[in-house]
Design a protein around this ligand. Structure first.
Ligand code: ATP
Length: 240
């Protein structure tokens, strides 16, 4: 668990209350309620098609629920709050004709909260080559550039949807601890949807499990460990 003194234990960073979403008359989220405390690094875990990406899109305010409320830091999620949210979408596409360096220069002008010093430090850690054209990047290289873009902002809430898609095993481990773990100092809140449970397990403060559009449980990872369980064993118990 992060340092309690730096965690805001008051208003939750994320709050879903009785949220329902239908897409083409199919119920994708049903009566979803959970909270993530500010300063926490939380994992959103669940099988394919469980509703993780839908839930994350609701937080950007770019999608609205059919029922229920989504709040960030005590106020309704809304597109006007995108300045507070750094979002890495699951199928985001960067402009293929730009080089990585040109894209980063554009992003620095686009986002008022861009941190140039952090960008330089993370570019090194993530091994991003500025001269490469985005259209010529491999999936894993593009994923690193997406992560760099997202983490170079100072937004208080960071939402990452499958940040490691295409990234090789050893790099996933290194990026998880040296990049995400280092930044999770209790001052910002992370929600990360991932299937890479083993690499992320040590970093999570909380996990929220979702299956078939409903919340299957929300657990403090310290409490899980003190009852002799791991994130992976809990996932298996719930979804096996
Ligand atoms: N635009 C859409 N049209 C039709 N069905 C959709 C649409 N968006 C989402 N769905 C459906 O909603 C369900 C949840 O999708 P979602 O992308 O949120 O799942 P997920 O948990 O992120 O899955 P994965 O782990 O595979 O990325 C799926 O059954 C999906 O087919």
């Amino acid at each position: 668990m992060r340092n309690e003194e730096t965690r805001n234990l008051g208003t939750p960073a994320i709050r879903f209350k009785n949220v329902e979403v239908k897409v083409k008359r199919k119920r994708v989220l049903a009566d979803v309620s959970f909270e993530i405390e500010a300063g926490c690094l939380a994992g959103l875990l669940g099988p394919n098609g469980a509703g993780k990406s839908t839930l994350m899109r609701l937080m950007t305010g770019l999608m609205v629920p059919d029922r229920g409320d989504v709040e960030l830091f005590g106020r309704p999620a809304d597109p006007s709050r995108l300045g507070e949210v750094s979002f890495l979408p699951d199928r985001g596409q960067l402009p293929a004709h730009l080089t990585a360096g040109e894209w980063l220069g554009f992003a620095a002008r686009l986002y008022p909260d861009w941190d140039g010093a952090r960008e330089a430090e993370l570019a090194e850690k993530l091994g991003v080559e500025r001269s490469k054209r985005i259209g010529s990047l491999s999936r894993g290289e593009e994923a690193r550039l997406q992560l760099l873009t997202c983490l170079s902002r100072q937004a208080p809430l960071i939402i990452l949807d499958e940040p490691f898609t295409g990234v090789d095993l050893l790099s996933r481990e290194r990026i998880a601890s040296a990049v995400v773990g280092d930044m999770a100092d209790g001052r910002r809140t992370f929600l990360i949807a991932t299937h890479d449970i083993r690499e992320m397990e040590q970093l999570f403060d909380r996990i929220v499990l979702i299956g078939d559009g409903t919340i299957r449980g929300s657990y403090e990872v310290d409490e899980l460990r003190s009852s002799g369980r791991s994130v992976e064993s809990c996932y298996r118990e719930v979804f096996a």
